[in-house]
Design a protein. Structure first.
Length: 216
């Protein structure tokens, strides 16, 4: 029995790509087919018109919004990419739409086109700090109240900023600054012991005699 993705028709995607080049002339920034998926990009000001076309036009029929996610490129002027994943059940086709956004700038909300975008946009805002203009209830959804920072940004510390613990005196869950009793290890293809700051001498430990492990 074949997986449904094995039945995706690349010819259908190629036909859609040609139609999009015509329907979105002057709007489409790029279009390519890879891994049996069509990926296009446009300016964020045009995203609503693009999504509405993909949903309503009978040549596409992308009725399902699968997900909205973000990507962080700190070295770029337009630091973030907001990525929309759509599925057409009619044609068994998938499409990915990318829009770029600067840090602090907003992206138009598409919750009126796809109702499921409500939570997807909240997740993207919570993880990357990308605001969605026109969203009816743009609040954090995955992190705790008063959370500091955005966890999926490249500049967010890997170990986090605070950790939760149970305060026995106050009888509640509280937060404190992250405590790292073991030094953070940076692996760079050297001895694991030498990669730990302040413990490089452990790699020269001669406690064991290599002759002990030889077959007698």
């Amino acid at each position: 029995m074949k997986h449904i993705d094995k039945l995706l028709d690349v010819n259908t995607l190629e036909t859609m790509e040609r139609h999009l080049q015509k329907d979105l002339d002057g709007v489409l920034l790029s279009a390519e087919i890879a891994h049996r998926e069509l990926t296009i990009s446009c300016y964020k000001k045009d995203i609503i018109a693009v999504l509405r076309l993909l949903r309503d036009d009978r040549k596409y029929m992308f009725k399902m919004l699968v997900d909205i996610s973000g990507v962080d490129y700190p070295e770029r002027e337009d630091r973030f990419e907001v990525v929309y994943h759509l599925l057409s059940l009619k044609f068994n086709a998938r499409i990915r739409i990318k829009v770029a956004a600067r840090d602090g700038s907003s992206v138009p909300s598409c919750h009126e086109i796809y109702s499921s975008a409500n939570w997807c946009e909240r997740e993207t805002y919570d993880m990357f700090g990308i605001p969605f203009e026109g969203h009816p209830d743009l609040r954090r959804i995955l992190t705790d109240y008063n959370f500091d920072g955005y966890p999926l940004r490249k500049d967010f510390p890997v170990e986090g900023k605070v950790e939760a613990y149970y305060n026995t005196e106050e009888k509640r869950v509280a937060y404190k600054k992250v405590d790292m009793p073991q030094e953070y290890r940076h692996f760079d293809n050297v001895s694991p012991w030498e990669a730990v700051t302040g413990n490089s001498s452990l790699s020269d430990d001669s406690t064991f005699d290599s002759d002990e492990f030889k077959d007698k």
